[in-house]
Design a protein around this ligand. Structure first.
Ligand code: ADP
Ligand code: MG
Length: 396
């Protein structure tokens, strides 16, 4: 396979000024280094992207996704390392990048195309299609600074996909457009995939990653923490979000002086009906036993346990609780062992996870474990998808 984007040991540093007020700036003028701080937005990034693949770039806000995309697009220069590109590249970057606010939509189309190395004559040929795709004919001779963000994105996307790029970079901006336009863009992206073009997509929609991408890269604090199948990447990202959430919760609790939760899950384990306890693969319709141990520092009355079965993308397929099953957990103190029996799981062949939440009598979450354990379900070759149902086919 041909590598079309080759990123080696890439680092990008921004200098952040520390002064806060204008007065401080004036006072500190010229005393440069002391009041500046280096900040590495990207650190030692190594990525090679093969022709014809769609790669998702995901990560928390501020993790460096847009910076990396701009570096691939040649808009930012590396402080260390290199970026090499093979082929024509078109980019739909953050709002504000790419278009000149004082020029009209029409002028920006020509400007943009010429930056991509497309002649005026060629642009003439594409022009009507671009405007039609954008759906903003009425405003094409209006200065871009009067556009709404939605109009801006419409025109920018229309230009990006009409200039015949080998590599298309798309930042989160697609989320700005309305639903019909988003759908139109995603259809176009699908068409690009079918034509064997290469796409790098930054998105907050994990469904889009699962649906469109062959591969996903997770950035965190400017470093690649996962690069692999969308499934592995989403798992890493979710674990990351969960860590942040727990840390935030603990920080808040510590700051407010509230005591740490009194009770938590000390362990959660699965057993299949047939007795497997690790690397469980359920046969179609087999039951699952979810055992748990809860520790509690002091006596806790009225607690409730919720459990759920999720896809590996985190979508809950099933949930139940002690309340819904009309069961009392009884007072918790020291160690309590209990279990849920899911008698017959009608799940299709795939990997799944069990999540669990412990709440006090008032419904306040004491402990939440998004992925307590995982298991697989084998197929019988008769269906795909998370739901299993007996099926037949007849000709009448
Ligand atoms: P993401 O797209 O993942 O949300 P960005 O790539 O936009 O993140 O930003 C990564 C980090 O770099 C952020 O902390 C952001 O504040 C910082 N950053 C981005 N651009 C600049 C800049 N021009 N000057 C200073 N800091 C910047
Ligand atoms: Mg961004």
């Amino acid at each position: 396979m041909t590598t079309v984007v080759e990123i080696e040991n890439l680092s990008k540093r921004f200098v952040i000024r520390k002064e806060k007020s204008l007065k401080e700036r004036v006072v500190n003028f010229g005393r440069s280094q002391k009041f500046k701080e280096d900040f590495w937005a990207l650190r030692d990034v190594d990525v090679a992207i093969e022709a014809g693949t769609t790669v998702g770039l995901i990560g928390p806000n501020g993790s460096g996704k847009s910076t990396l995309l701009k570096m691939i697009g040649g808009i930012l220069q590396p402080d260390q390392g290199s970026v090499r590109i093979r082929g024509r590249l078109a980019a739909l970057l953050e709002l504000g990048a790419g278009f000149h606010p004082d020029l009209t939509g029409r002028e920006n189309v020509y400007l943009n195309a010429s930056i991509l190395g497309i002649s005026r004559e060629q642009t003439d040929k594409y022009f009507d299609a671009i405007v039609e795709f954008s759906g903003i004919e009425k405003f094409i001779d209006t200065q871009v600074k009067f556009y709404s963000s939605g109009m801006y994105v419409r025109l920018a996307f229309a230009v990006a996909v009409h200039v015949d790029p080998d590599i298309l970079l798309v930042d989160e901006v697609l989320a700005v457009g309305d639903e019909p336009f988003q759908r139109k863009c995603l259809e176009r992206i699908r068409q690009f995939q079918a034509e064997g073009r290469t796409i790098v997509l930054v998105t907050h929609s994990l469904e889009q990653v699962a649906e469109f991408c062959d591969r996903a890269i997770v950035l965190e604090h400017g470093r690649v923490i996962e690069d692999g199948s969308p499934r592995d990447a989403l798992r890493a990202l979710r674990a990351d979000f969960e860590e942040t959430r727990v840390a935030e919760q603990e920080r808040k609790a510590a700051a407010s002086g509230v005591e740490q939760p009194v009770a938590r899950f000390a362990g959660i384990s699965l057993r299949s009906e047939s007795g497997q306890t690790s690397e469980i693969t359920l046969s179609p319709g087999e039951g699952l036993h979810v055992a748990m141990e809860i520790t509690s520092d002091r006596l806790l009355e009225g607690a409730v346990i919720e459990i759920g079965v999720t896809t590996s993308m985190g979508t809950t397929l099933y949930m139940t609780s002690t309340t819904m099953l009309d069961r009392e957990l009884g007072p918790l103190k020291d160690v309590t062992r209990c279990a849920f029996y899911l008698h017959s799981l009608h799940l299709g062949p795939d990997e799944y996870a069990v999540r669990a939440t412990l709440r006090d009598g008032a419904g306040t979450e004491l402990h939440h474990v998004p992925v307590a354990a995982t298991f697989s379900v084998s197929g019988d070759g008769q269906s795909l998808g998370p739901v299993r149902t007996p099926a037949d086919f007849v000709i009448n």
